[in-house]
Design a protein around this ligand. Structure first.
Ligand SMILES: *Cc1c(COP(=O)(O)O)cnc(C)c1O
Length: 376
């Protein structure tokens, strides 16, 4: 039997065995006490990952469903200023354009956002700000706290995509003034794909739309979550909830703080290896913007072909991600989300070094040694 590949992607990620087994049960009634407890357990742990005491709902749909829920419930017909420096910022801008008056405050992918331009838009009447905290497409960590401060200064709502930061990096939604935050199940939470969670502040509820969507109407989610037992308005993806609960128990057992430190250390090891080899990290960071702690985007050197690089690594059983859209062929990305540790990182780096050499790239220094110094 061929061994299953090791997914070092920015989602989906390998799932602990306990999470996979949780999905194998006989069906349960989603209107019963047992399901209510499963949902309550998920909500309790997820709130700690979000850094919030706001209400939190789990949606049967991937992260994009939560993005659309945020905009369609609390951004409809409003002026929405969208900060964009990668694919997911752009996606939020596109969704915002379907429901409200959206303006893009764009920077090249992987480069710092223009907060001065944001302030101008806020002075000009923007009522909502959207930000991707960890821009997965470019491996850049955006300044959520600074954006939250600006949004508050002008009394705008702040929507934050925390899809690849929540559960893997420091997130303080309440302290940062985030009104609506969301996460996807298949990223740092290490649960199966297909669920998302969204938190909503009282300020957001005060500005809830008069014209909500039907399936993603968060007022309906709020009413059902407030009942005993806790429920969702329509039939949820119960097996995925069972798996998510197990993933949340694992987060609780590890301790969120330890989990965040682990993610930081693993990404630091990847960066150390890349720099030792003489490769360039793709994002341009400054004193506000940082390298992502959950995915590392690396520029592919001139002499190397993306398909050969990732193809060689894949032959050794490890899948890395390429670039999206115009970055395809220019960068490759190594995810370190969820439950992976030093063994997975070191295997990935060893295979990458081999693939680089095979393409004729002369590595400058010992990347594996640099990574080991971070990890050991
Ligand atoms: C993965 C991801 C999403 C959502 O994508 P889905 O395919 O709907 O899960 C949104 N934002 C970011 C930053 C992501 O990494």
């Amino acid at each position: 039997m061929e061994k299953e590949p090791l997914l070092m992607l920015p989602g989906p990620v390998p799932m602990p065995e306990r999470v996979r087994y949780a999905m194998m049960r006989q069906a349960i009634n989603h209107r019963g006490a047992e399901f209510g407890q499963v949902y309550a357990d998920c909500a309790r742990v997820l709130k700690t990952c979000f850094g919030t005491t706001n209400e939190l709902f789990v949606i049967s749909g991937s992260g994009t469903a939560a993005m659309e829920a945020a905009i369609s419930n609390f951004g409809r017909d409003k002026e929405i200023a969208c900060l964009v420096n990668g694919k997911f910022g752009e996606r939020l801008f596109k969704i915002a354009g379907r429901y409200g008056k959206a303006t893009e405050i764009g920077s090249s992918w992987g480069t710092p956002l223009d907060l001065a331009a944001l302030e101008e838009r806020l002075k000009g009447g923007a009522e909502v700000v959207t930000l991707v905290h960890n821009e997965t497409s470019a491996g850049i960590l955006n300044p959520a706290e600074a954006v939250g401060k600006l949004a508050r200064k002008y009394d705008a709502l702040f929507f934050m995509d925390g899809i690849t930061s929540i559960g893997g990096d420091t997130v303080e939604s309440d302290a940062w003034g985030v009104d609506v935050a969301f996460v996807g199940s298949q990223k740092c939470l290490a649960a199966p794909a297909g669920l998302s969670a969204i938190s909503v502040s009282n300020r957001a509820w005060e500005r809830y739309t008069k014209n909500p969507p039907y399936y993603l109407d968060l007022a309906a989610y709020r009413k059902s979550a407030g009942s005993t037992p806790m429920e969702t308005p329509y039939t949820p993806a119960v097996p995925l909830f069972l798996a998510l609960r197990e993933a949340c128990m694992i987060i609780d057992e590890e301790g969120l703080n330890n989990r965040v430190l682990r993610h930081k250390r693993l990404s630091q090891a990847v960066r150390a290896a890349a720099e030792a080899w003489g490769l360039t990290l793709f994002p341009k960071v400054d004193n506000l913007h940082r390298y992502s702690n959950t995915v590392t985007a690396i520029t592919i050197p001139e002499s190397v072909k993306d398909s050969d690089l990732r193809g060689t690594v894949k032959k050794m059983g490890i899948e890395m991600a390429g670039g999206q859209d115009h970055l395809k062929g220019n960068i490759f990305r190594i995810g370190n989300m969820g439950s992976v540790g030093a063994p997975e990182i070191l295997a990935t780096l060893a295979a990458t070094e081999h693939a680089l050499r095979k393409q004729g790239f002369t590595v400058k220094g010992n990347g594996l040694q640099a990574a080991c110094e971070v990890l050991g």
